[in-house]
Design a protein around this ligand. Structure first.
Ligand code: NAP
Length: 281
């Protein structure tokens, strides 16, 4: 079984991005800039944002974190986004989710100009992705996609099952696999026989949030299995895939932690650089 080492693949990607940033700097005499807006002091968000900033600096991006207390008015955030939309030195804007309840998440997402939407959540980017046009793609599914391509460069005709249909993970993952000419089944909480669906799959991407939902006898021999889940349990962090059981059948499997997680941040940097490049044309 191939253990898909997300840490290593992410480090390789960051190295490539660092090189690219250096070339862009030579060519345009400026570097891509990423601004992250962080509202409140929730510990996980603080950690994610710190890691994003550290990685952005490592590859040579200009990065900035703007912090607001969780009592901040929605209007203040929207005005700041407008300001960043008009700032030519900023290539990418990310508002760390979740937001406090009094702030309309969708309004925030839609205020970010699509060309700087490094999370790929703006409806224009969602539409472009599903129409097969160039767009920012949400970072986690993009990371999954790049890992799958490392194992199997030609996905044409493969049967893929995506477990979970969130806008963040399941739906964009489906679009990426469709673009690669996979036959894709998207499953969710109302799917009648998830085991039977998974048993058909050459590729399984599990993005559910239920510890070890996907069992060893749900997985066909030689399947590629990507585990997006991050679940805190008494036994520590576990994914949505029963790792020990599935590793006996699968051809390749991502661990949790150390699989999808590191790729998510590397893909945020990639998206920022891609936004910068599109803006130069
Ligand atoms: P979400 O928005 O809660 O969506 C979960 C999806 O799973 C929903 O579509 C839901 O179906 C489906 N589902 C629930 N129970 C199911 C069941 N028994 N069988 C099949 N499908 C079921 O979750 P998310 O934001 O996509 O996140 C999923 C997991 O990924 C979480 O553990 C999260 O922490 C993790 N995550 C990891 C990263 C990373 O960087 N590694 C990034 C983001 C998220 P319905 O639509 O029918 O409700």
């Amino acid at each position: 079984m191939i253990l898909i080492d997300g840490k290593k693949i992410a480090a390789e990607l960051r190295e490539e991005l660092k090189q690219e940033v250096s070339e862009l700097k030579t060519k345009y005499n400026k570097v891509p800039g990423l601004t992250v807006i962080l509202v409140g002091d929730m510990a996980p968000s603080q950690i994610y944002v710190r890691n994003k900033e550290k990685s952005a600096n490592e590859v040579g991006l200009k990065s900035e974190v703007i912090k607001y207390p969780d009592t901040v008015e929605e209007k203040t955030i929207l005005e700041k986004i407008e300001e960043l939309n008009n700032d030519e030195s900023i290539s990418g804007i990310l508002v760390q989710l979740p937001l406090p309840k009094h702030i309309d998440k969708q309004k925030v997402i839609e205020t970010i100009i699509p060309s700087k939407d490094v999370d790929g959540f703006h409806p224009m980017n969602v539409g472009n992705l599903s129409s097969g046009y160039e767009s920012s793609v949400p970072c986690t599914p993009l990371g999954c996609y790049l890992m799958i391509k490392k194992i199997e460069p030609n996905l044409s005709g493969k049967k893929a099952v995506v477990v979970g249909r969130s806008n963040l993970n399941g739906k964009p993952m489906t679009q990426l696999l469709l673009k690669e000419n996979c036959t894709v089944t998207i499953t969710h909480s109302r799917t009648k026989d998830l085991k039977a669906e998974c048993l058909e799959a050459d590729i399984i991407v599990a993005a559910v949030g239920i510890p070890e939902l996907v069992k060893g006898d749900w997985v066909k021999k030689d399947a590629i299995v990507i585990d997006v889940g991050i679940n805190k349990t008494e036994n520590g962090l576990v994914g949505d895939v029963a790792f020990d059981e599935v590793s006996k059948n699968a051809k390749a499997l991502t661990p949790v932690p150390g699989g999808v997680g590191p790729m998510t941040i590397a893909c945020l940097l990639k998206n920022t650089i891609d936004c910068f490049k599109r803006a130069q044309i």
